[in-house]
Structure formats: C-alpha cells, structure tokens
Design a protein around this ligand. Sequence first.
Ligand code: 5GP
Length: 179
Amino acid sequence: MGNSHITIHNKAFRPYLSAAHLDEAVARLATRISADYAGRRPLFVVVLTGGFMFASDLLKRYIGECEIVFIRVASYEGTASSGVVQEVLGLREDVQGRDLIIIEDIVDTGTTMHHLLPTLQAKGPASVEIATLFFKPESLKHQLDLRYVALEIPNDFVVGYGLDYDGLGRNLPDVYVAV
Ligand code: 5GP
C-alpha cells in the first residue's frame, strides 16, 4: 500500500490499514474462533453488504465444519411504542439449537447489533456471538458483548475492504480513513 491519498466522491482519504495488516488480524481471529468451536458446527451469519470481504477471508481460515448464510438487516422506525423495528432478510435456515456467529463489518454505535441480537435470540439458537472486523469503542452507545473483534479503531470514518463511502470503495484491498 502506498501512502498516497485517494478521493472518493470528492472526499479525501489517507491510507490507514494495509491488506497485510488486515490479513494478520483476520487470521488471528480465525484461529481463536476455530479453537473455541472445535468439535461443533457453527452457523456463520454474514451481514451484507459490508461484511462480505472480511467474511470471505475469515472463513477461508476457519478450521472445522461450519455452515454459512448471508442476511441483510433493514431497520425502520415503528410506532412510538414499538420503537425501532428490525427485519432480518434472507434467513430461511432453522437456527433453533444452532451455535450462531454473526459476521459484521463494523460495530460503531452498536445500534445494529443491539437490535439484531434479540431478533436472532427469539429464534431459539443455542448460542449467539458477534465477530466484527472493526470496533469503535468510543462510539458505542449500547451494552454489547463483543466476543470477537479483529481490530479496535478510533472514531473515524473508514472505507475499503468491504466498507463503502456512499456506495464506492468496497473493492479496495486496503482500508482508508477520511482526512
Ligand atoms: P452501528 O449500528 O454500530 O452504529 O453501525 C453499524 C453500521 O454503520 C455498519 O455496519 C456500517 O454500515 C456503518 N458504519 C459505521 N461506521 C462506519 C465507518 O467508519 N465506515 C463505513 N463505511 N461504514 C460505517
């Protein structure tokens, strides 16, 4: 990775984490998860779209039997009493009694996971854990148990390696940060 800035939608970004650095962090996490789930058959639940590249690299390094599904989450404001309603799209598998590991690109305020966890818990899995590429501890607004974090980062906007800025940048192998 060079040290030149890039421009996406007229916004400047500087190189932040190289593909090699990401690869190392993802490999370390895969080793941990493989050890923790030895002898089990977890169901990885990949949250699209941002999580696709992280999931691909993580799962290539996961050792053991596993299944993989892809979901999308759509959140919208319900009535005042129901608050935020979250819909999980694409989960047709029966998750009852399964060990679920959610694969997410980034936990920022934690709102997405705060709503997704109970939605999945309601389907009766044996366990649910979260594996996230990035975690911004300074932004967290909800109590969340994040078992698997590849990298903690400060409260800055990042793109690349699956993460976009207004639709662009997901294909970049390195991660950039807004300047
Ligand atoms: P949360 O619900 O935890 O606040 O945010 C989760 C979602 O916000 C992520 O899945 C991601 O789509 C988006 N997000 C949060 N921070 C960043 C960031 O730094 N860069 C990009 N590209 N997306 C982010």
